[in-house]
Design a protein around this ligand. Sequence first.
Ligand SMILES: CC(C)(COP(=O)(O)OP(=O)(O)OC[C@H]1O[C@@H](n2cnc3c(N)ncnc32)[C@H](O)[C@@H]1OP(=O)(O)O)[C@@H](O)C(=O)NCCC(=O)NCCS
Length: 104
Amino acid sequence: MPFERSPCPVGVLPSQQGKGIGSALIREALAQLRSSGAAGVVLVGDPGFYKRFGFKNLDALSWGHVPAEYVLALPFKGEAPAGEINPHRAFSQDQPSGEPLEEC
Ligand SMILES: CC(C)(COP(=O)(O)OP(=O)(O)OC[C@H]1O[C@@H](n2cnc3c(N)ncnc32)[C@H](O)[C@@H]1OP(=O)(O)O)[C@@H](O)C(=O)NCCC(=O)NCCS
């Protein structure tokens, strides 16, 4: 299986933050992706949050004009990912605002 583009974005209500909910959601998503046979996960997110789960910056990985520090990967097995991330169109930088999506 290829590298997956999940599990972000993740969000927790401000009133409920700091209780371990965000970490639990990420750990469960990673466990499900790992057991599905994925080679790993790539995402764009806050390194301050995601690096605690093992995500790291890889020089060879990019997503358009997103600053490199926010482009993160967590390989599960095999070779580290390289190249340009092809995001789901829900997260495309070219998505016209207000255009409805059939799936997310
Ligand atoms: C990021 C977010 C999902 C974390 O949810 P949460 O339930 O508060 O997370 P947890 O309670 O599991 O906290 C995990 C740790 O991450 C830290 N943390 C949370 N957001 C962080 C950030 N942006 N940078 C650095 N550390 C962060 C917390 O301080 C906590 O640290 P600790 O374990 O040393 O105390 C939540 O803050 C949120 O919804 N933020 C707005 C949306 C967002 O930034 N999403 C992530 C990018 S897609």
